[in-house]
Design a protein around this ligand. Structure first.
Ligand SMILES: [Zn+2]
Ligand SMILES: [Zn+2]
Length: 139
């Protein structure tokens, strides 16, 4: 992305522009996406159509409340994980717990359900703290 203060090309993960020292989203001199000059009152860049407000390209879009994700995985094993973007893992947990449940006449749910709840809670917590969570990361 580009620094919105000085239009320097900087890393997408940069919190501070290494050239001018400004938080890249605080000032709206340039579009952070295409580097074109913008007006500070503009909400979107007319060049590329991207939103100029903070956190538009990264950050909290995927943040979910840990207790809510835990509750969802209690209602349906793996649902919390699916909603948090771990679709394949959530589906694997769901299908795995159903198959295990059939073989054990439901007894395995005593193990898989609490594990899915704890996993959903801890993954949501990690995401909330801004940590990277891979598609298949557990706990
Ligand atoms: Zn800069
Ligand atoms: Zn732009």
């Amino acid at each position: 992305m580009y620094c919105s203060n000085c239009s320097e090309h900087i890393s997408d993960k940069a919190e501070i522009c290494p050239k001018c020292g400004v938080n890249p989203f605080r000032i709206k001199n340039y579009c952070h996406n295409c580097g074109k000059k913008v007006n500070e009152n503009q909400e979107i860049c007319v060049e590329c159509g991207v939103s100029l407000t903070r956190n538009s390209t990264r950050g909290n879009n995927n943040t979910q409340e840990p207790w809510l994700m835990a509750l969802l995985s209690f209602l349906l094993t793996g649902l919390g994980q699916i909603i948090m973007g771990q679709g394949k893992k959530g589906a694997a947990i769901l299908i795995g717990s159903i198959i295990l449940g059939m073989f054990t006449l439901g007894v395995s749910a005593l193990l898989t359900t609490p594990l899915a709840i704890i996993d959903a809670y801890l993954i949501a917590k990690k995401k909330k703290e801004g940590k990277e969570v891979g598609d298949w990361d557990f706990f």
